[in-house]
Design a protein around this ligand. Structure first.
Ligand code: SAM
Length: 294
């Protein structure tokens, strides 16, 4: 169960979800024709050791990320969302935005993986131990970011805008914000405060891309918590705030931004895939959202 002000590193609680989704990106992006590829994910898996190396090297026959009913649709979800946010930042930089803020960056490798125009500055926000693992892993592998990159060690439930400004963030310049795989780990109130902070730091021409998930139905929560073979699922349910929350398109459009959403299942179809509508991973609960401040 989560508690106010709880903390973690890359192997524990919410921090371990960064490793889990990076591994899903590795698996989901292996095919040449996958919608996106993340060649950095395997570096993190190797550095994390244990089950992650076994999974990487194909020595595990059983793992939550390999099951047909949860793991395979989850890989499909992760690689589709990677593509959505990759395209989002490309569109932002093509339109001239040069400041990017990745909230809850985790093991997001975009600063290293994507080609950025000269002058792009990227701020990556997460808990200090998560950023430390990422820094050490990439330094050890001799990898260098392809844009100016700043780590900002914060708790996104606290006063992170001050730390962001102190790190050099320019609130007068348009910004592209990324909120991928974060909101379910915040209470609905903390989410609203996060949106307030984003809006207050956004100059005209800014935009935000958000992954938003509707609450899991009660029967799914019960099934996940009572299934003795699915301890990972039960642990994950204990990490999220499975509560109704503000709709992000409504929140930003009420403040004069334009907003656009696509359901994950429709997005997967658009990419040429076949979405999975039934089973324990409910892709239809997820929406990918972009909002722009005129
Ligand atoms: C599922 S991972 C997503 C990471 C990355 N955005 C991605 O999609 O690969 C969730 C991340 O949110 C971060 N996170 C969750 N709550 C946070 C908080 N209150 N402050 C800072 N980081 C937080 C975790 O440390 C973790 O890296």
């Amino acid at each position: 169960m989560r508690t106010e002000g709880d903390s973690w590193d890359i192997q524990t609680s919410v921090g371990s979800t960064a490793l889990f989704v990076a591994a899903a990106r590795m698996l989901g992006g292996r095919a040449d024709d996958a919608p996106a590829h993340d060649e950095f994910a395997q570096l993190f898996m190797r550095a994390a050791g244990g089950e992650w190396v076994e999974l990487l090297e194909g020595r595990l026959a059983e793992h939550p990320l390999l099951t047909p009913d949860f793991g395979v649709p989850f890989q499909q979800h992760q690689i589709a969302r990677t593509r959505y946010f990759d395209d989002y930042v490309s569109a932002a930089t093509e339109s001239g935005v040069r400041q990017v803020v990745i909230l809850a960056a985790g093991l997001d490798s975009r600063a290293y993986r994507l080609a950025w125009p000269d002058g792009t500055v990227i701020y990556e926000l997460d808990r200090p131990q998560v950023l430390e693992f990422k820094r050490d892993t990439l330094a050890e592998a001799g990898r260098k970011p392809r844009a100016e990159r700043h780590e900002v060690a914060v708790d996104l439930r606290e006063d992170w805008p001050k730390t962001l400004r102190d790190s050099g963030f320019d609130a007068t310049a348009p910004t592209a914000w990324l909120v991928e795989g974060l909101l379910i780990y915040l209470t609905p109130d903390a989410q609203d405060r996060l949106f307030e902070a984003i809006a207050s730091l956004s100059a005209p021409g800014s935009r935000v891309a958000i992954e938003q998930m509707d609450p899991l139905p009660e029967e799914s929560v019960t099934a996940m918590t009572e299934d003795r073979d699915a301890t990972d699922a039960a642990e994950w349910v204990g990490m999220i705030y499975n509560e109704p929350r503000t709709d992000s398109v409504d929140w930003f459009t009420a403040r004069g931004w334009t907003g656009d959403r696509i359901n994950l299942t429709d997005y997967i179809s658009r990419l040429g895939g076949t979405p999975v509508v039934d089973g324990p991973h409910q892709q239809s609960l997820i929406n990918l959202v972009t909002a722009c401040r005129p």
